[in-house]
Design a protein around this ligand. Structure first.
Ligand code: SF4
Ligand code: SF4
Length: 71
């Protein structure tokens, strides 16, 4: 199965949770720490389960997430 990784531009995340809900593999969560704007940013806590489908990046209204395909 395809593998992927997600990078997060933490400073732009507003903690809306849309990407967490959209991920079919449930690899994302809201982190405990705060970004400079006072929001808890998303983090990928189960990267090995990511399939690189990019549903998270497509649903994010603030273009916070970038998805990379890996072998
Ligand atoms: S690329 Fe797909 S599997 Fe990976 S975190 Fe985003 S929605 Fe989840
Ligand atoms: S959809 Fe975008 S703004 Fe909302 S929690 Fe996810 S990364 Fe942050």
């Amino acid at each position: 199965m395809a593998k992927g990784r997600v990078t997060v531009r933490e400073e732009f995340c507003k903690s809306c949770g849309l990407c967490v809900e959209a991920c079919p593999k449930k690899t994302l969560r809201i982190a405990d720490h705060l970004n400079p704007k006072g929001h808890r940013p998303v983090e990928q806590f189960k990267p090995d389960d990511c399939v690189g489908c990019a549903m998270c990046a497509r649903i994010c209204p603030d273009v916070v997430l970038t998805v990379y395909k890996i072998d």
